[in-house]
Design a protein. Structure first.
Length: 703
């Protein structure tokens, strides 16, 4: 609780520390049910991290921490979709604790209380916090909610205090991870030689003619003799291609619970009647709160906020007091809008910037930074390349978005920046640098200040299946499951009742979908858990259907057996044989036309602007080896040797080669390479440390 006392000593901290909750992904699932048989087993291992087995109980306890924090923060139980991402976040948190903490200790990384305070009320307030704690009446960042919370915390019950302490810890962990990722990301560097190669790859252009001979049409399968020994030889030579994960083949029958025509008629009738009531309602907010099925039916839109698409596409000139609708939305619900109020409030504008940081520098260092910023500003004025320059030179998180800061109020930024931006009388580049405590800014105004706020009352009814529709579908599904004791009966009953049997092959153990059916996780857990091959499931309820499934087969993770992938091996081995036959026929032919005459189904594609950095041939497909072969030619009219690609045999003739011209400065391409590598670093770090720690994930058996 030490951070709370320090916060109270800092005026206006307010909103800040609740931001700890924002770093949590939404959590769900009651994993600790006393009745769960899983918890009573000594073999409930959900994974391994750094050689240490992780039990279901340990993992469940970690998820429960996130769940309690979620409930304290939101006042509600997490939904099923929220369970998915937060369970994953809990797992990642365990990896961080067991793997990353050791790395932090080696590097001496810490997060001080002062740093936590800064994150929530100082110079670096997280954007999510600003968006989350908004007064619905003013549309502005509201600190009073946090102040009230902090004042009541010391007398709160122990569970609430414990949840708050957990948020503090998670907030610090999140910042440590950011520091660690940034440390390694900023260590990325591309040399000037690499920048030059990148430039040449992007700007060397070949004009080529490409002969494409597809395997399928060039030689009939019947002309290729494949023995079992050929399949075995190919499989043994390319075993690395045929690794398999935990997978299963299932069959299922689906019983739709989509809305019926009668359901649609009923909803249209209801919203039409309610729309008439909204038109004459004395209190729009109360009316839509009672009758609308959306979470926030009375919304204030600030300048720059995006109005609902179903409103803007149907209403061109909205007037206060008028009601519009009902309209159908992209989600197949019906919605009516009433413009309850429009008023002038705090102005908001939009701008982009390029920050040249001077924090921690002496006067000499600041002078050098200013000179660099002046040089870039002059270049932008001359070449109108603000967004590109922002991505190359920007030194904050906006660089990857072309410097875009989004919409903001004057008080959201430090005074020198805000004064300069709000003083603009037209959009465009500000003529001079702006200096703040952070450094020097190049500013581009993209939207002038606006002050009109709009309040919309939103009356929305979802189009969902009625109880009658759902009950009829369940009765049919339940009857089918009860009559199908095994896979043979499953097939016979489906045939007798004219039900369609749908196959779901190579279903991954961690998948959440069956073909186009979403949220099918329970079915997949059944298939990889208690089910035996040939067994038929009970009825499972998915988003828009009840299904009854039968487990056809199941494969364990590891190297594939030839029998498991025989069809795939047969096709690849056949293509290899066809490649040899095609190349033998092409021997001695000098021109593309002569070669094409041998294979009437082949085609010659003209590619006038093939670049060395390309990996795809337009009209043909992925063919990186041919691209390399083309740029390996030295003179016009030369023809490559036949090149074997996955899609077929390719031969190219070089018509003309335009090498990239020399330029004085390759810095921009050097910067692009550095930035691209840095952006991949976070993922690569996680994968590398997981690999070194030997992380094994068996959670698919339970969740």
């Amino acid at each position: 609780m030490a951070l709370i006392k320090q916060i109270r000593q800092r005026t206006g901290l307010a909103i800040g520390v609740i931001a700890g909750g924002l770093i949590l992904f939404l959590l769900g699932g009651d994993l600790l049910s006393p009745s769960s048989s899983l918890l009573n087993s000594n073999k409930n291992i959900v994974g391994e991290i750094a050689g240490e087995e992780i039990t279901l109980e340990e993992y469940s306890a970690k998820v429960e921490e996130f769940k309690l924090s979620f409930q304290q923060r939101t006042g509600r139980v997490p939904s099923e979709p929220e369970m998915v991402s937060v369970r994953e976040q809990a797992w990642q948190a365990m990896i961080v604790e067991k793997v990353f903490d050791e790395e932090y200790d080696k590097l001496g990384m810490t997060v001080s209380s002062a740093e936590l305070v800064d994150m929530v009320q100082g110079k670096n307030i997280v954007p999510e916090l600003r968006a989350q704690l908004v007064n619905p009446q003013t549309g502005q960042f509201d600190k009073t909610q946090l102040i009230s919370f902090l004042q009541s915390l010391e007398t709160a019950d122990p569970a609430q205090q414990a949840a708050w302490a957990q948020q503090e810890q998670l907030f610090a962990q999140a910042r440590l991870r950011v520091k660690y990722d940034n440390l390694l990301a900023t260590s990325e560097y591309a040399t000037s030689a690499e920048g030059k190669l990148e430039y040449k790859a992007a700007n060397s252009i070949a004009d080529a003619s490409v002969l494409y001979i597809p395997y399928a049409s060039a030689i009939a399968d019947s002309e290729v003799q494949l023995l079992d020994s050929d399949l075995s030889a190919y499989f043994n030579k390319h075993k690395e291609k045929f690794k398999v994960g935990n997978s299963a083949n299932l069959e299922y029958v689906s019983f739709s619970i989509l809305p019926s025509g009668q359901d649609s008629t009923d909803v249209i009738s209801s919203i039409t009647e309610l729309t008439e009531g909204l038109k004459t309602a004395e209190d729009d907010s109360v009316f839509v709160s009672r009758n609308s099925e959306v979470q926030f039916p009375y919304v204030t839109y600030r300048p720059g906020d995006v109005l609902p698409a179903s409103f803007t596409t149907n209403v061109s000139d909205p007037q206060v007091g008028q009601t519009y609708g009902p309209f159908i939305t992209a989600n197949s619900s019906y919605v009516t809008y009433k413009v309850s109020q429009q008023y002038d409030g705090i102005s908001r504008m939009r701008a982009s910037h390029i920050l040249f940081s001077t924090e921690g520098m002496d006067d000499a260092g600041k002078a050098n930074v200013k000179a660099e910023a002046e040089r870039v500003l002059a270049d932008i004025k001359a070449n109108d390349n603000f967004e590109l320059s922002a991505s190359q030179y920007g030194q904050d998180g906006t660089a990857q978005n072309g410097g875009d800061l989004g919409w903001f109020a004057k008080e959201d930024f430090v005074e020198p920046f805000a004064n300069a931006a709000f003083a603009a009388r037209s959009t465009g580049l500000l003529p001079s640098l702006v200096e703040t405590e952070y450094g020097y800014h190049i500013i581009k105004v993209t939207e002038l200040p606006k002050s009109t706020y709009t309040k919309l009352a939103v009356l929305e009814l979802e189009l969902v299946a009625s109880d009658a529709t759902r009950n009829e579908a369940f009765r049919n599904a339940d009857s089918f499951a009860a009559e199908s004791g095994n896979r043979n009966e499953f097939t016979e009953n489906a045939t007798d009742k004219n039900y369609r049997i749908i196959q779901a092959n190579n279903v991954d153990a961690t998948s959440r979908n069956l073909n186009n059916l979403t949220n099918a996780r329970e079915v997949i857990i059944w298939a990889f858990g208690e089910a035996s091959v040939g067994e038929v499931s009970s009825v499972y309820e998915l988003d828009n259907a009840y299904i009854v499934a039968s487990l056809v087969s199941r494969k364990e993770e590891g190297e594939a057996n030839l029998e498991d992938v025989k069809d795939q091996v047969r096709q690849l081995a056949m293509n290899e044989k066809k490649a040899e036959m095609i190349q033998a026929k092409l021997a001695g032919k000098a021109t593309l036309d002569e070669m094409k005459a041998l294979f009437p189904e082949s085609s010659i594609n003209e590619v006038p602007d093939l670049r060395l950095s390309s990996s795809v041939i337009p009209g043909v497909g992925f063919a990186p080896k041919l691209v390399g072969a083309v740029f390996g030619l030295t003179g016009s009219g030369q023809v490559t040797k036949p090149v074997q690609e996955d899609i077929g045999i390719l031969v190219a003739k070089l018509n003309n080669l335009t090498p990239a011209t020399e330029i004085a400065d390759y810095t921009a391409y050097q910067s692009q390479l550095t930035q691209s590598n840095a952006q991949r670093m976070t993922y690569q770090i996680m994968m590398a440390l997981q690999d070194l720690a030997g992380v094994k994930d068996y959670r698919y058996k339970y969740f």
